[in-house]
Design a binder for this molecule. Structure first.
Ligand code: ZN
Length: 106
């Protein structure tokens, strides 16, 4: 599906713009992406609604950090957060669902 292919990532200081092959574009804050972090430490904390709410509250209190972003093959991006999380691979499909749930369409 073309909606699962990320064609561009523009990184600002507090948020980024994700563009997909179907033409959709979203502005998504780094905190939103981080609240859906796919690393081994954060992923289990999103396994149910209760834990996810607690995790989101914790992330919301973090200072906004601009992560390093590195492409992983043709299917994902690895975000590296200066304060702790790393090596969480966010697949394009995952990023699209985060963008639709938490981002704003452009
Ligand atoms: Zn994490």
């Amino acid at each position: 599906m073309t909606s699962d292919i990320l064609t561009d990532l523009e990184r600002g200081d507090e948020d980024c713009v994700l563009r997909f092959a179907d033409g959709a574009a979203f502005r998504v804050s780094y905190l939103s992406i981080r609240s859906r972090c796919q690393c081994a430490k954060c992923k289990p904390r999103q396994e149910n609604q209760q834990r996810l709410i607690e995790f989101e509250e914790e992330v919301a209190r973090l200072r906004v950090e601009k992560p390093r972003a590195e492409p992983v093959g043709r299917y994902g991006i690895r975000f590296d957060w200066p304060s702790g999380c790393s090596s969480g691979i966010h697949s394009f499909r995952h990023l699209r669902s985060v963008a639709e749930d938490l981002g704003s369409a452009l």
